[in-house]
Structures are given as structure tokens and as C-alpha cells.
Design a protein around this ligand. Structure first.
Ligand code: ATP
Ligand code: MG
Length: 570
């Protein structure tokens, strides 16, 4: 039997002051509203209100997974080191991985994600193409020993994740499983109330996207993205934009005196040209120890993720090494560099006919240089970070930038894990083949943080109905009053009987305290009951989102609230 909850029995201790450590609204408000408490860095307890929200988010996920035929299971959080060795991740996963030994000295990891466990689970039982496709998922705590756990639930070390894995016989099958998950993920974001964009997370070798992240838009988001009115959106780390450049002094390569400070801005100002007409040089040492000089559009930055793809874990070249390779800080360029330095240029500059580059001589640049004639470019790569105004790779229109919170990601894995672990099935043609896999993750606890990040004001949280801990908070002003309290109990019972989720602030606090707490907790509707109202059979309903207040007679209260709440349920 559904019942209403009493605030006096609920563990939701509020904080009057903003916690000093909380930079983000969501972190601050989840702490202040008594929804989470920190046990240690990156480790949080979820108190009753947070837990109710999380259960609603999980219910939405389960419904959407059900709808696409994914089956829920639960595997151990602790994973034998052995299968991580089989997949090859034991050696490459860095210090984020929490490794441990049992009493027999055997290696284990606390799962940061569970590809290996799921492959290991199915590999000896899914034997035939006739048994495929299969998609399994779980909702479970994950552990990643993040270097900088912060922002509360946003980047915890232990956090709740929904992780799912699909097993198909063919690439086309995998793509279908992936598309189904992607569509489900879009619905999950929407039903949780999140304003989110699916953004391309990597460029995709198979054609189309092979990975998409769902980004909840927020100024405070750690991720940056570019998007276009045509519908294209990509993580800045993955975006390959059309970058335009200017030309300065086409003709012969000529050394010119540039007695400026050695930055692109000062060079452009000194010559009275745009930064786009300059070429930026960035020297690094690749993972294999080789020296590399990257040439970039003058007004763009080297993208760290793209550079890691190209050069592995690289280091910025220090001045000592620069000197050893004939490079002069502030005036670097390809001409005059040691022949061991590999010259790599951003692909956007391929058609540039005139390069203004450093002369490797303090106070000098070379104008009008030309690759192929004056210096050699070993490779043209996508290296620059896309920025506002660059051209959309699809339609060419100027890109916009935004910031976001990655709440979920879908990924076409192909045979990466199945091959490494020898997970095969017998195909139609009688040949053993590795499974075609996809993997799909949702940050469940991060989703709650993202919702709060998008829905709040200076007074507190403004929960969307679909994930609110309760739909209605009744705020009686004189709980000790002989008339008020019986009316509260009757009304609360009636609302619950109509299927509404109700909490009653039965504490004998001052009205001001209760109002402030109700705004802080952020239940979508507040029903305020005072002495005079009760005497007249009237309640005051406050819509937390709009602040709008309406007097509603008792006998119409359930219908009034239902009419507003029911359509907003997930
Ligand atoms: P990030 O780039 O933010 O570190 P990720 O890409 O490493 O995340 P995935 O491996 O894609 O994360 O994990 C799936 C989902 O789990 C993410 O989309 C995110 O919502 C959530 N998640 C990942 N790391 C954390 C964390 N430290 N705290 C809370 N949620 C997380
Ligand atoms: Mg991710």
C-alpha cells in the first residue's frame, strides 16, 4: 500500500551554508539538500532523496533496455586479473585501475568497466550464430581511482554505472544492436529531463559513427563540443572541422626580421596580418622517443587527444632538446631543423601556398615558404582543436561550441575483446568467428548530478517530475493546530490514493525554515497549508519551477496536481 512519507522520519539533513569544497551547483545542492554525503575523496553515500531519484533513473533505464530486448544480469564487481591479462588491458590500464590480491596471492581488479567479465561469461555457452544476437546489461557500482575525483557525483571514484554489451554474428548485426542502444539512450536522456546532444566521439573507420557520447549541455561541463545547425555534433576531441587559413606573401621563401616577442599574436600584430596567416609550430617528443615538429594553423591549438592518437604518450619538447635539434623557442620552424625532426602538419593546411614560419633564429621568420619546395612534410594529420567558427565537416556552415557533461556513451567494439580473449561462435558457414561486440555505458549517479546541474536556481534544486524524489511536498504551517493536522493527514492520504508521491514536512519548524527547505529539496509541487486556508478548505499550490502560486480547493486538489504531474512522468 502506497503511503506518504513524513519529513521527521526522513534522513535528509540540510546544510545552511554552502560547503566550501563544492564548485558546481549540483555538488553544492546535493550536499546542502542532504542527498549525498562524502565518506572519502570520490566516495559518496546516497541518502534517501538521492536514492529515490536514482531508483527512478534506473527504472527508466530498465524500461528502455527491456524495450530493445536487452536482458539485465549482475556480475561480480571484482574481476580476476587473469581475464584482464587475456584481453591485454592488465598491462595498459593505468593507475585508475584498483588492483588487489586475495589471501592466496591471486590478482584481482575492482571493475572500472566489465568487457572481460561479460565476454568470459558468454564465450563457452553462446556457441552458434543461431543463439545470436544477445545483449546483456547490469547496473552496478564501478571503481576508477580517478586522479582528480571532484564535483561530487560528477567524477567520483566509486560510482553507479549501467553497462551493457551486445554480441552479434555480423558487423551489420552489431551496427543494428548499436543503433538500438543509441536510440534507447536518447530516450533515456529525454525521459530524465536532460537537455542532451548525441555527439560523435570518434571519427569511425567503418563508416557512420562508431561511438557517440550523450552530452548534457552545461556551462560547467568538463567536456567541450562543437555543433552545427545541420545536426552535426562532435566532441571537440574528435571533431575534424574545416579550418580556413589566410596566406601572407606568396612567392619565394624570404627571411624577414620580426623583432617581436615570439608569440603568434605579437607576430601577427607586428606584420599587420591575421593569426590565420601565420603557422604555429609545436615541438614534442613522441612515445617512441623521436622528435616531432607539428605545424598548425596560427589561430588554432594542438589537440591533446588527437596528438596522443598520432604520437602516443608524448612530452612537450624542453628547451635543451630544442637546442639539440636546432629549434629556437618562439621562432621555431621546419627549415633549419635537425633532419631527425619529423615534420607533421595539420591536414587543413594542405592547400596553403604560403607559409609564414619561424626561421630557427631569434628575431627572424621566413615568409612565403612552401612545403615540397622549401621543406618536407612527412605526414598530414588532423591535429588542431576545432573551435567556434570553423567549418562543419558535413555542410561547411560555421560551427558553434558548447560545454557538456558526458552522461553516457555507446561504442562499436567489433572484435577487439572477443579476438583477444578467443571468444568465438560457429557461424552459418561452419567457420569459427569472433563475436562482433558493442558496449554501452550510462553514468547513473552522474546523470543525477547532471539533472541537478541543469535544473536549479539560487534557492535550490528544481526537480523534473520524472526523477524527483517525491512529486509533492506538503508544507503545513501549524502542525500543532487541531484543525490543520487532521486536514494534512486527510489530504496527504487522498493524494497518495490518487497515485501521487507525497512527503509531508511535519516538523514544527518556523514557516521560513520550511519554505527554504522545500525550495532547496526541489520537489516539483509544494502544497502549503495554513490555518486560514484549512478553515476555508483551500490549499496554496506552488509550482517550484515557475514559482507560480495558485489557491486550490481541497476537493479539487488531487485532480489539479495530477493534471500537471501525470504528463510529466517519465
Ligand atoms: P570521462 O571521460 O568523463 O572520464 P569516460 O569516457 O571515461 O568518462 P566511460 O568509460 O565512457 O567513461 O563510462 C561510461 C559512463 O560512466 C560515462 O559516460 C559517465 O557517465 C560515467 N562515468 C565515467 N567515469 C565516471 C566517474 N569518475 N564518476 C561518475 N561517472 C563516471
Ligand atoms: Mg566515455
Amino acid at each position: 500500500m502506497a503511503r506518504y512519507e513524513l519529513m521527521s522520519r526522513t534522513y535528509a539533513p540540510t546544510l545552511k551554508e554552502d560547503p566550501a569544497e563544492a564548485e558546481l551547483a549540483s555538488h553544492r545542492l546535493l550536499l546542502r539538500a542532504g542527498m549525498i554525503r562524502k565518506t572519502a575523496a570520490g566516495l559518496y553515500s546516497y541518502l534517501p532523496f538521492a536514492w529515490r531519484s536514482l531508483m527512478k533513473i534506473e527504472a527508466i533505464i530498465r524500461e528502455e533496455m527491456d524495450a530493445i530486448g536487452a536482458q539485465e544480469i549482475l556480475v561480480p564487481m571484482i574481476v580476476p586479473g587473469e581475464i584482464w591479462q587475456q584481453s591485454g588491458r592488465w598491462d595498459v590500464y593505468g593507475p585508475e585501475l584498483l588492483r588487489l590480491k586475495d589471501r592466496h596471492g591471486r590478482d584481482f581488479v575492482v571493475g572500472p568497466t566489465h568487457e572481460e567479465t561479460f565476454v568470459d561469461l558468454v564465450m563457452n555457452e553462446l556457441r552458434s550464430y543461431k543463439q545470436l544476437p544477445v545483449t546483456l546489461y547490469q547496473i552496478q557500482d564501478k571503481f576508477r581511482d580517478e586522479i582528480r575525483p571532484r564535483f561530487g557525483l560528477m567524477r567520483g571514484r566509486e560510482f553507479i554505472m549501467k553497462d551493457g554489451y551486445s554480441f552479434d554474428a555480423t558487423v551489420e548485426g552489431m551496427q543494428k544492436s548499436y543503433e538500438d542502444e543509441k536510440a534507447a539512450y536518447a530516450r533515456i536522456c529525454e525521459r530524465c529531463g536532460l537537455k542532451a546532444l548525441p555527439v560523435v566521439a570518434d571519427s569511425g573507420q567503418i563508416g557512420g559513427d562508431t561511438s557517440v557520447e550523450f552530452m548534457a549541455l552545461a556551462e560547467s561541463g568538463e567536456a567541450s563540443l562543437v555543433w552545427c545547425d545541420c545536426g552535426f555534433a562532435a566532441d571537440t576531441e574528435a571533431a575534424c572541422a574545416k579550418i580556413s587559413f589566410d596566406e601572407y606573401a606568396v612567392g619565394d621563401a624570404v627571411e624577414i626580421e620580426t623583432p617581436c616577442e615570439g608569440s603568434i599574436a605579437s607576430l601577427a600584430a607586428f606584420l599587420g596580418i591575421t593569426e590565420q596567416a601565420c603557422r604555429k609550430s609545436f615541438a614534442l617528443i613522441a612515445e617512441d622517443g623521436s622528435p616531432v615538429l607539428c605545424l598548425l594553423p596560427g589561430d588554432h591549438e594542438l589537440n591533446d587527444v588527437k596528438a596522443e592518437h598520432a604520437f602516443g604518450h608524448y612530452d612537450v619538447m624542453d628547451e635543451e632538446k630544442m637546442a639539440a635539434y636546432g629549434l629556437v623557442k618562439g621562432y621555431m620552424g621546419p627549415i633549419g631543423a635537425d633532419p631527425r625532426v619529423r615534420i607533421v602538419a595539420d591536414a587543413s593546411l594542405k592547400d596553403a601556398q604560403s607559409w609564414l614560419i619561424g626561421a630557427n633564429k631569434v628575431g627572424y621568420h621566413i615568409k612565403g615558404a612552401l612545403p615540397g619546395r622549401d621543406f618536407e612534410v612527412a605526414e598530414w594529420l588532423d591535429l588542431a582543436t576545432a573551435q567556434e567558427g570553423d567549418g562543419c565537416p558535413h555542410c561547411g556552415a560555421p560551427l558553434h561550441t558548447a560545454r557538456g557533461i558526458e552522461v553516457s556513451q555507446v561504442f562499436q567494439l567489433g572484435t577487439k575483446y572477443s579476438e583477444a580473449m578467443g571468444a568465438t561462435f560457429m557461424d552459418e558457414d561452419g567457420v569459427e568467428k569472433p563475436f562482433q561486440m558493442g558496449c554501452y555505458g550510462i553514468g547513473v549517479s552522474r546523470t543525477l548530478a547532471a539533472v541537478v546541474e541543469q535544473y536549479n536556481d539560487e534557492h535550490g534544486i528544481i526537480f523534473p517530475v520524472s526523477v524527483a524524489p517525491y512529486e509533492v511536498e506538503i508544507v503545513p504551517l501549524n502542525v500543532g493546530d487541531d484543525l490543520v493536522w487532521p486536514a494534512v493527514e486527510r489530504l496527504a492520504g487522498e493524494l497518495v490514493a490518487h497515485g501521487l508521491e507525497v512527503i509531508v514536512d511535519d516538523r514544527s519548524e518556523r514557516a521560513g525554515v520550511k519554505f527554504a527547505d522545500a525550495d532547496l529539496y526541489g520537489m516539483p509541487y509544494q502544497v502549503i497549508l495554513g490555518k486560514r486556508g484549512v478553515a476555508n478548505g483551500m490549499a496554496e499550490v506552488k509550482d517550484r519551477a515557475t514559482g507560480e502560486r495558485t489557491d486550490v480547493p481541497f476537493d479539487g486538489l488531487a485532480a489539479y496536481l495530477l493534471e500537471r504531474i501525470a504528463p510529466k512522468r517519465a
